[in-house]
Design a protein around this ligand. Structure first.
Ligand SMILES: [Zn+2]
Length: 132
């Protein structure tokens, strides 16, 4: 795939997942002057900040490259951008319900993993509105 296709997939997945907790979330793909790309996130118009990647639109990405980029951006959002006070127990682990999932890879695919149980995984973009 091209990087721009991967950017669109990631933008949509972030909107979907973050939207389960922050209904007014928006994610915008912005092109940097220095050949990189950033994902600029706002919640109800209030900026969280942006997660930068070195990829540019027309570059070819392998599936592996794309999954790693998904994880890098998701980790950056979780570690640095979102409000910690609103995400203490979010997203909730569907297996244990008493702790949040963490960004991670499962079988080479990016998403949300349970650090206690390696079998529990939610694909990026697949968080369930009804489980919150
Ligand atoms: Zn768990």
């Amino acid at each position: 795939m091209t990087a721009s296709e991967a950017f669109a997939s990631l933008r949509d997945a972030l909107r979907a997942d973050l939207g389960t907790r922050f209904p007014a979330i928006d994610v915008e793909v912005r092109h940097s002057a220095d050949d990189g790309t950033s994902f600029f996130i706002t919640d109800g118009g209030v900026p969280w900040g942006d997660a930068y990647v070195l990829w540019d639109d027309n570059e070819q990405m392998s599936d592996r490259d794309a999954e790693q980029m998904f994880l890098d951006v998701l980790s950056n959002v979780a570690d640095n951008l979102w409000p910690d006070e609103a995400t203490d127990l979010w997203p909730p682990c569907p297996a244990h319900h008493d702790h949040p999932l963490q960004p991670g890879l499962h079988g080479g695919r990016a998403g949300w993993v349970c650090l206690r149980d390696s079998g529990t995984f939610v694909r990026l973009g697949g968080l369930d509105n009804t489980d919150a």
